[in-house]
Design a protein. Structure first.
Length: 244
């Protein structure tokens, strides 16, 4: 164990020497609200609500609804600490289809039990596309609309983050193994630090969620929890109040 710790110290020292700017090595440094954005991905009725598309397809939405119950207070703590709050929503299809390609629709026809083909997905202006429950933007929050799994693909997200001096994205929402993981991977390749919130994300199947956690921790970022982040941000909020 001592040897492993010593090697890790040497590796971080090498990283600091090679990097053009000093790497952020601790969770506290990474999630400093002065350069952190909280992303809330696809918390919409079609994914999370009874009667939504995922529920009608016969998939288990229990974990999604548990996350939805947990997120409002977590988002409020992040907002109070000074993090940038970004809601990411999808707008996929309607009969007047502006966005979906033959590739997307062929995949939907094979794997989605009518979602996106026989039934519209997150169609703008409908209950299905609305934010779920109390997980919704407030004044001053930013909303990004996407038309693919990726929150970055042909959206303003990267521009918004860089305009605010963001270095770290904290990811919450659904589904862990689809749109959340896609956002995490693309954030990493754009040189953002990635923090995925284990109990702030969910999939319909526990094994899918577990695999995402493993992938992120090994290759793309770190996995944390609402409790750990709230503790860090609570301390930060107290420091900011004292400074005022």
């Amino acid at each position: 164990m001592a040897e492993s710790s010593s090697q890790a110290h040497a590796d971080f020292a090498a990283a600091a020497r090679i990097a053009h700017i000093r790497p952020l090595s601790t969770l506290n440094e990474k999630v400093d609200p002065r350069h952190t954005a909280l992303l809330i991905v696809d918390m919409q009725n079609d994914f999370c609500a009874k009667g939504g598309l995922v529920d009608r397809a016969g998939r288990d939405i229990t974990a999604l609804q548990e996350v939805a119950a947990r997120l409002p207070s977590f988002i409020e703590k992040a907002r109070s600490a000074g993090n940038l709050i970004v809601f990411v929503r999808c707008s996929y299809s309607s009969e007047n289809n502006r966005y979906l390609s033959d590739v997307f629709l062929e995949q939907a026809a094979r794997q989605r039990a009518g979602a996106g083909t026989r039934y519209p997905m997150c169609e703008d202006g409908t209950w299905q596309a609305d934010f779920y429950g109390d997980v919704r933007p407030k004044h001053g929050d930013i909303t990004i609309t996407k038309h693919r799994y990726s929150a970055f693909h042909n959206t303003d997200l990267d521009l918004v983050l860089r305009s605010h001096g963001i270095r770290t994205v904290v990811l919450t929402g659904v589904l862990s193994n689809v749109c959340v993981e896609t956002a995490a991977r693309e954030a990493f390749v754009r040189d953002y630090y990635v923090v995925l919130v284990e109990d702030g994300t969910a999939s319909c199947q526990p094994e899918d969620h577990a695999m995402t956690l493993k992938n992120i921790e090994r290759f793309f970022g770190v996995v944390s929890s609402t409790t750990a982040l709230e503790t860090i941000w609570g301390v930060t909020s107290n420091q900011l109040s004292a400074a005022e």
